[in-house]
Design a protein around this ligand. Structure first.
Ligand code: ATP
Ligand code: MG
Ligand code: MG
Length: 554
């Protein structure tokens, strides 16, 4: 087998191993903030971090970055774990930044004692003005030179809840003139009198991301802390915070940045996805139109197809936009191998075989999946009255119409060759019935000469008597714009596709009577469909997952 070339992070790891970094000290983490559900962008980071864990047989922690009680909830923690497991990954330890609140507090106190942090009591507006701009250095604020004793007393009072939100913050004392704006005395703590989903009301101060993240990596002894490119400028601060606590006998974490996944025709910021949920623009985080892992799962995506997608897009340092069709391609490749073929008619028109006996019923053999021999066969009923798709018939058809028309022959899949004879119309001229005759000797698989006969096309069908009525949900893209959140003067909500969901009634073959939520099928000639979780014994609901590229993929 061909050796796959290394991506740049693997290359970095190989280099450090050859420079003597001990392999058993490699350690990775995936650090979601539990403020929303995981989306396909997270899957890229998951496949990267857990992929490195598998490749180097190294631990990968699941660390919930739960430092903002205003936005975080247990529901999200549970959903993230479920999605990770479904994607096929196992974490070494389940950890929470909030587990480190006491340690982080003690380190902050030590920094105050070392003159590396101070309490600022200005308004956020004043602090923003003093911070300057990328081209203009900042200036020191009036509280920057508070005494250590004063800082310690104030910080403790903040912790104890003696001060209202917004009255004070703890800031790192770095350099108000740094060319890196993030180094101009960044915030370390703010006051929040909020209930935290794990620490309850224990804390009235909460650490900021930049402070908590690197120190949490250090506590867990993460060797390679991988994040997306927006954090390049944060690396200097990440390292500064580590300098304050680093012990040379320990592993010093390093931050590496890769390009985030961008997909066209969707948004991936959790804040925006939350807005779609809260404003009922979609039906929850797992709405099959959402780019969330749970939405894709409900739509009918397989975990293998998402992992394959992440493998194909690779890991690099340059931002780009991936076409949604690549994700669909990976899905089709997988479903083509695994999804049983069945027949369903979604826009039915009645077809009567006039020379087929009225009381006759046959059960014909149908192959479940020509791509998978082990999938076997099933029986499908055949009788005089059937449904076919309305669009599979034209009274007068052009030469290249390989479907049914008057005087022409087609094959009914798994069954007989039929010939269009005449149509029945209602008063408005709409066709209500198609009458055909069948060639009794032409049954598929019978081995007869007539069964080998070549005809223009093959149609799918169901018998009216046996078919099961089902609800079918057809989806289109959620946004009509390729990059809905890229417009300066327009909100992304202005680009919602008003026709992203169509609910129709369809008829499926009776072998589907007892399907369970999550089962996936190819409706022949129509696409791939997934049984929705809202299905009941009395009402089966299918989500259209994705269409077929070819009419018959055989
Ligand atoms: P969002 O902007 O959607 O809220 P986030 O980065 O704030 O995303 P986190 O929960 O903090 O969300 O992300 C957890 C991990 O997933 C981080 O390491 C982050 O870099 C990574 N991640 C998030 N979005 C993407 C993406 N689009 N592509 C690749 N990795 C991503
Ligand atoms: Mg984040
Ligand atoms: Mg975010």
């Amino acid at each position: 087998t061909e050796e796959k070339s290394l991506h740049f992070i693997e290359q970095i790891i190989e280099d450090s191993l050859s420079n003597g970094f001990p392999k058993d000290k490699l350690r990775f983490r995936f650090p979601p903030e539990p403020n929303g559900y995981l989306h396909i962008g997270h899957a890229k980071s998951i496949c990267l971090n857990f992929g490195l864990g598998l490749k180097y047989n190294a631990p990968v922690n699941l660390r919930f970055d739960d430092t903002n009680p205003a936005k975080e909830e247990q529901e999200y923690v549970d959903a993230i774990k479920e999605d990770l497991k479904w994607l096929g990954f196992d974490w070494t330890e389940e950890l929470y930044s909030s587990d480190y609140f006491q340690q982080l507090y003690e380190w902050a106190v030590a920094m105050i004692k070392n003159g590396k942090a101070y309490v600022d009591s200005q308004s956020s507006e004043d602090m923003a003005i003093q911070k300057g701009t990328p081209t203009q250095p900042g200036v020191d604020g009036p509280y920057r030179n508070r005494t250590i004793a004063e800082n310690l007393a104030l910080f403790e009072a903040m912790k104890n809840g003696d001060h209202p939100e917004g009255s004070h913050v703890l800031r790192a004392k770095i350099d108000m003139k740094s060319t890196n704006m993030l180094m101009r005395d960044p915030l370390m703590y703010r006051i929040l009198h909020r209930h935290h989903h794990r620490t309850g009301n224990d804390w009235n101060i909460y650490p900021m991301y930049d402070y908590a993240h690197g120190e949490s990596d250090y506590i867990e002894q993460i060797s390679h802390s991988i994040c997306t490119l927006e954090f390049v400028m944060h690396r200097e601060l990440y390292n500064w915070f580590l300098d304050q606590i680093y012990d040379a006998n320990k592993v010093r974490p390093h931050q590496y940045e890769f390009a985030r996944l961008n997909l066209n025709y969707t948004v991936m910021s959790k804040r925006k996805l939350l807005q779609l949920v809260q404003e009922n623009i979609v039906n929850g985080w797992d709405d099959p139109r959402m780019p969330t892992i749970s939405g894709l799962r409900r739509r009918g995506y397989t975990a293998a197809s998402i992992r394959k997608f992440c493998e194909i897009i690779g890991v690099a340092k340059r931002e780009n936009v991936i076409d949604f069709s690549l994700l669909e391609f990976c899905l089709r490749e997988d479903l083509n191998k695994t999804a049983p073929r069945v027949m369903a008619v979604l826009d039915p028109i009645k077809l009567v075989i006039t020379n087929y006996p009225e009381d006759k019923e046959e059960w014909l053999e149908a192959e479940n999946n020509q791509e998978d021999e082990s999938a076997g066969f099933r029986k499908v009923p055949f009788s005089r009255e059937l449904y076919i798709e309305r669009e599979d018939f034209l009274e007068e058809a052009p030469a290249k119409f390989f479907r049914l028309s008057l005087g022409k022959e087609v094959r009914l899949k798994n069954a007989y060759i039929i010939k269009g004879e005449h149509v029945v119309k209602d008063a408005s001229g709409t066709i209500t019935e198609i009458h055909v005759t069948y060639d009794e000797d032409s049954r598929s698989g019978s081995g007869s000469e007539a069964s080998q006969r070549k005809v223009a096309g093959t149609l799918h069908w169901v018998t009216i008597k046996h078919a099961i009525e089902a609800e079918v949900r057809l989806y289109d893209r959620l946004f009509i714009d390729e990059a809905p959140d890229s417009h300066k003067e327009k909100n992304f909500l202005e680009f919602m596709n008003p026709n992203s969901l169509e609910v129709i009634k369809g008829f499926v073959e009776p072998s589907l009577a007892t399907v369970q939520a999550g089962e996936k099928f190819q409706f022949q000639r129509l696409g791939y469909f997934n049984v929705d979780k809202d299905s009941t014994e009395d009402k089966i609901i299918f989500n259209k997952t994705v269409g077929l590229k070819d009419a018959w993929e055989e």
